[in-house]
Design a protein around this ligand. Structure first.
Ligand SMILES: Cc1cc2nc3c(=O)[nH]c(=O)nc-3n(C[C@H](O)[C@H](O)[C@H](O)COP(=O)(O)OP(=O)(O)OC[C@H]3O[C@@H](n4cnc5c(N)ncnc54)[C@H](O)[C@@H]3O)c2cc1C
Length: 291
């Protein structure tokens, strides 16, 4: 089935894009992997579409003050996944992106489009939250920044206003002694959406004791879940099987699972602690490998 007719608008600044979004029945388009499919299915049929392709600077990856990395919203998932600075300094993000859909989708899909889509099953928010990334949004009212964990508000609901454009993501300076793992558990094919994804990021001291970390679950509930109480279990300790099990128990306590084609609520509640434990132990194993 074809897509409904529309007029394409091509602003050259985010402020102009924001004005167009406010004045027409329209949506922005980036890589189009989600938009085109939803239009084909007649989920929506806007009279206008605002292309973000002519806005300068949105497809760039650059260093920021303090040693972090800024990734423009129009950067494709594949370009980020293979960027030498990301691979070297933020391996958790590179690993996560390598597990999104298939390489064909990743060559078109952008990071901004991925996050703005707001799907609870998205893989990248797990890594971004675990790494402490912030999201930059722009509109006629100016720019604002918020931690990625506050961007997701509910089922397909984000903090983005209708006339706001995602400008990019800022990653904090890389942590020297860190290890990580993204465990994507799929119930059908390996390239499928996650049943549950677990992103683990751990910081270490020179004696091999954990300084703290973040554990984030995606696809498990209506929004990504940043587990609370993880540091109380692992800080100042080596990661034992028992400690990993305790962090898994936190997942079972804090999860209000969403039921979908990949698993019932009961199944997700049962499997989440197991996946958290395995992901933590794998992140610990990776640390030992680099000793
Ligand atoms: C076959 C297939 C399998 C997939 N599997 C996975 C998977 O396993 N894991 C996963 O995480 N994702 C998966 N996806 C989703 C995919 O990651 C998203 O479709 C993609 O990232 C969206 O990016 P895009 O640039 O194509 O966005 P578009 O389709 O252009 O836009 C998506 C949404 O974001 C809005 N938007 C886009 N850019 C901006 C911006 N800068 N500012 C404001 N709003 C914006 C659009 O208006 C639209 O609502 C899959 C998609 C397909 C087609």
């Amino acid at each position: 089935m074809g897509i409904p007719r529309f007029e394409l608008l091509e602003p050259t600044s985010y402020e102009e894009a924001s004005r167009l979004l406010a004045s027409h029945e329209t949506i922005p388009i980036a890589g189009g992997t989600a938009v085109v499919s939803m239009m084909r299915q007649r989920i929506f049929a806007p009279s206008h579409i605002v292309s973000l392709h002519r806005i300068p600077g949105l497809g760039e990856i650059s260093k920021i003050e303090g040693g972090g990395l800024s990734i423009g919203a129009m950067t494709t998932l594949r370009a980020i996944e293979t960027h030498p600075g990301v691979v070297r300094q933020y391996p958790l993000l590179a690993e996560t992106l390598s597990r999104v859909a298939n390489v064909r989708v990743r060559y078109s899909a952008t990071l901004g489009g991925n996050l703005a889509h707001g799907d609870y099953r998205l893989d990248p928010p797990g890594a971004l939250i675990a790494l402490g990334a912030s999201i930059r949004l722009g509109s006629v009212r100016g720019e604002r920044t918020l931690p990625v964990e506050y961007f997701f508000k509910g089922f397909f609901e984000t903090d983005k206003e209708e006339d706001e454009i995602l400008l990019g993501i800022d990653l904090p300076a890389p942590v020297q002694a860190a290890s990580s793992h993204y465990l994507k558990f799929t119930s059908h094919a390996s390239v499928d959406w996650p049943c549950i994804g677990v992103a683990v990021f751990l910081r270490w001291d020179s004696g091999g004791r954990c300084e703290g970390g973040r554990v984030v679950l995606t696809a498990a509930a209506e929004t990504p879940i940043l587990l609370e109480g993880v540091d109380a279990v692992i800080q100042g300790k080596v990661i034992t099987e028992a400690a990993a099990r305790k962090v898994g128990d936190l997942a079972a306590q804090q999860l209000d699972p969403i039921e979908d084609a990949s698993g019932s609520a009961w199944y997700k509640r049962e499997i989440a602690p197991v996946l958290v434990r395995r992901a933590l132990l794998e992140a610990d194993r990776r640390r030992k490998q680099t000793e």
